[in-house]
Design a protein around this ligand. Sequence first.
Ligand code: ZN
Length: 229
Amino acid sequence: MSVGVAATIKEKLDIVELIGESVQLKKAGTTFKGLCPFHGEKTPSFTVTPTRETWKCFGCGRGGDIFSFVMERDGVDFPTALRSLAGRAGVELSERTSREDAQRKRLRDALDAAISFYHQVLTSHPDGAEARRYLHDRGFTDGTISTFGLGWAPDAWDALTSALTRRRNIAEADLEAAGLVSRRRSGRGVYDRFRGRVIFPIRDASGGATGMTGRILGVQGEDLSLIHI
Ligand code: ZN
């Protein structure tokens, strides 16, 4: 996929200025802070980081880029947020580019959901205990594990698929397009590609997940990689 129109729009718009229209922001070092518009709070835990073009609320956990901010603020879907910000940035959208961007966004959402699922298994599920010990033995602290969002893919055929399609309403087709699952030979249904592996997320400069690698415990097993999306 080529560099998306979303990236061009992000470059043209100032995230602090955009968010500053709905949230009173105060400079705090390299970030800006304010009261979160999405949950009630009296002390500011809503942070905008212009160098990463991201925002994050440490109170309610919401966060993302300018598109997800507009989606949350206006209660609209990604294509609508894209159109609105494209207009503001003076970027022309074609049918095709908005379709491609909506697709890329869905794949990234699927990937983000997978990474947080695997991270949750590693940090708080009995299935992740052995991998936790393995990582601790290799000098990974809990802090590192959480900063890098490391995870554990359970040794099962449908752990991820069932968690993401049933609980998160993510389409099988999107999991497949993101490289997270493979289609069964029969053509009916899919199975998890990452099984019994430690998951290392791959991120771009702005902190968004673009892929991940899975490593088998202990052995010199081959890493299983996702294509970057
Ligand atoms: Zn919040």
